[in-house]
Design a protein around this ligand. Structure first.
Ligand code: TYD
Ligand code: MG
Length: 431
């Protein structure tokens, strides 16, 4: 293992020779010098725009679209604000040109540099005095005087510190990209998170066209924001109404499908949960979860069997979130439960209904955070009813155009949520 003690942190220590402590009440808040990027979804994640002299890290798995996103941003900033330098340590000018043709970006005032030596890079950007610099990727650049290998922890850290120093002294913002593997293990973004000003992660499932840009650290704003993009043949397109997109392929009163209102940071999103139950034909029943947590699926299934009385013990169960989203929050439990119950009983879920709620082990529905935002999003998309845990049913002011249906147990929720659950007990032979 390599040690990282040699990084030249000294370059940051004295901001000015005389820098006495100041009383907090006397500190004047200066408005940060921000400029908006031409992509609204990107601005939202940055908290309103790019701050001068900031160092922004964009991490993500290889192939997710980091270079594509930054080339698009670089070209539009070049058009609106002047020179931009895009440094690629991984691709040749030829490859970047091919991508730019595909994206249809104009190349005016966008300078490309295929270079990995950071000394050379710093010299070049010093001379060009651009309005924005992109370094793609931080793992590909190196400092020749350091005798460790490019991409090693020491190199990556030292290069980042040098770029940080340059950004701060010149006032020019810099984007750097960093590859992460699924477990985030390699020398990359994780070790840089505490150095840079802003950390964004670009995520998505390879089979899905949707990409989320998620902020995990922001020295100049909230970390709660996400931006949604779609990868098309001509590059990344902003998705300004993601709930609508995620629900666009939903068929009205479909069996085994429930709509849940989740929160991604501070942003409510409606997504469809699908479930399929099927008699196990051989061996042990299988459970498959994609997009929802596997352990939560097991929990929900156990509660459905034990507290609601659905005999799922001989059923294979598949649960899926459409659009390739991954949902981490337990508020999705009720949606999973309702979709499973719907498939098992072969009864559709009320098509005008959105559900939220965490399922507890004794079959109770537990409160969720920010119910008001979730309900507003459901109302905005035209849903008429929202099934919510009784414990968090108070929303003030009361939402317009949508009825809140408070329920306290999963059993009750299923009774209300399934369309013909009350009158016609289809598939009741299953019970
Ligand atoms: P890229 O930006 O190279 O990813 P990263 O820099 O994160 O490694 O994206 C590569 C993928 O995106 C590649 O699989 C092809 C796809 N793609 C499109 O679908 N449309 C496009 O317009 C472009 C440029 C790439
Ligand atoms: Mg790339």
């Amino acid at each position: 293992m390599e040690k990282t003690v040699t990084a030249p942190i000294t370059s940051f220590q004295s901001i000015s020779p005389v820098n006495p402590p100041q009383e907090l009440s006397q500190v004047v808040l200066e408005e940060e010098d921000r400029f908006p990027l031409p992509l609204a979804e990107f601005n939202r994640v940055l908290g309103g725009g790019l701050v001068s002299g900031s160092l922004v890290l964009i991490g993500g798995e290889p192939g997710i679209g980091k270079s594509t996103l930054l080339l698009q941003v670089a070209s539009s900033v070049a058009q609106t604000r002047g020179k931009v330098v895009y440094i690629s340590g991984e691709e040749t000018l030829h490859q970047i040109k091919l991508r730019s043709e595909r994206l249809g970006v104009k190349g005016d005032r966008l300078y490309l540099l295929a270079e990995t030596d950071l000394e050379v890079i710093l010299n070049q950007i010093e001379q060009l005095q651009p309005s924005l610099v992109v370094v793609d990727s931080i793992q590909a650049v190196h400092l020749p005087e350091s005798d460790t290998a490019p991409g090693s922890i020491t190199q990556v850290r030292e290069c980042t510190l040098r770029l940080m120093h340059w950004a701060k002294s010149s006032g020019v913002p810099i984007f750097i990209t960093g590859h992460v593997t699924k477990d985030g293990a390699i020398a990359g973004p994780r070790v840089l998170e505490h150095i840079v000003d802003v950390v964004l992660y670009f995520e998505g499932e390879p089979f899905s066209a949707y990409r989320l840009l998620r902020c995990v650290k922001n020295r100049f704003g909230s970390t709660n924001e996400i931006g949604v993009f779609e990868m098309r043949g001509q590059g990344l397109i902003e998705v300004d109404n993601p709930s609508q997109v995620f629900l666009s392929q939903r068929r009205g009163e479909a069996v085994g499908s429930a709509v849940v209102s989740i929160l991604e940071g501070s942003r409510p999103l409606l997504v469809e949960i699908q479930a399929l139950t099927n008699l196990t034909s051989f061996g042990l029943p299988r459970r498959t979860a994609s997009g929802v947590d596997f352990n939560r699926l097991l929990l929900v299934t156990a509660v459905l069997s034990k507290r609601v009385g659905l005999k799922l013990g001989n059923q294979d169960i598949i649960a899926n979130v459409t659009g390739g989203l991954k949902i981490g929050e337990p508020a999705v439990d009720l949606g999973v439960a309702l979709a499973i119950a719907s498939s098992f009983r072969n009864v559709g879920v009320d098509p005008q209904l959105v559900v939220v709620g965490e399922v507890g082990l004794s079959g109770e529905l537990r409160a969720v955070s920010h119910l008001d935002r979730r309900v507003d999003e459901a109302a905005r998309l035209g849903f008429k009813r929202c099934l919510v845990p009784e414990a968090s049913a108070r929303v003030s002011p009361p939402p317009k155009d949508i009825e809140l249906i408070p329920v306290s147990t999963l059993r009750e929720a299923i009774r209300v949520g399934l369309v013909r659950g009350k009158s016609k007990r289809e598939g009741s032979a299953n019970e």
